[in-house]
Design a protein around this ligand. Structure first.
Ligand code: SF4
Length: 188
């Protein structure tokens, strides 16, 4: 079943990442439509939609940030990339694999890869744009990468909940400061 999540992203904490690539494997298997063993037996090429990178002295996976003003959606000449309900999705039937989205993505989070078209019988490579869909198409409640990470370096962050937590924390601090001020005034 397809699940849509509004205003949510996968957040990666580089301080916790081991660089084990488990999140990549989990992503690739989740989107393969089969299990790891079956995929290996069938000779399927597993394609993750995230990429673990080493940069600036840390390791961390990078994936789509579901940009609000998504450059990929603005640049796509066929309307295959679209920002809708807080997520950037790919309308696969419209994608011609021109790679404009790959070039404009600020995070390098989109790939266009060959999808196994029979080269004998087809004049095109058949590659289409792939990116993190927060596992919307896999029927999971939590993205596979988040579930698989052994160190909990990845979190599915609902930005509305996150914002609410921040607001409540700051409100509690302000209330405490006011109480402190009042008790000081009372002592003067
Ligand atoms: S599974 Fe976790 S620890 Fe391993 S590479 Fe991915 S984020 Fe890092």
């Amino acid at each position: 079943m397809k699940r849509q999540r509004e205003n949510a992203i996968v957040f990666a904490d580089p301080e916790c990442c081991l660089g084990c690539h488990g999140c990549e494997m989990a992503c690739a298997v989740a989107h393969s439509g089969t299990g790891l063993h079956q995929a290996a037996l069938a000779g399927l090429t597993l394609r993750p939609r995230n990429r673990v990178v080493a940069a600036g002295g840390v390791m961390m996976p990078v994936q789509c940030r579901q940009c609000e003003d998504a450059p990929c959606a603005a640049a796509c000449p066929t309307g295959a990339m679209l920002q809708e309900s807080g997520q950037v999705g790919v309308r696969e039937k419209n994608c011609v694999g021109c790679k404009v989205c790959v070039m404009v993505c600020p995070f390098g989070a989109i790939s266009v890869k060959h999808e196994g078209t029979d080269p004998e019988n087809c004049r095109t490579n058949g590659g289409i744009a792939r990116k993190c869909d927060l596992c919307a198409g896999t029927g999971r409640d939590v993205p596979a990468c988040v579930e698989a990470c052994p160190t909990k370096a990845l979190t599915l962050v609902d930005l509305e909940e996150y914002r609410q937590t921040l607001i409540e924390a700051r409100a509690a601090e302000l209330a405490q400061s006011l109480q402190h001020l009042k008790s000081r005034k009372a002592r003067i």
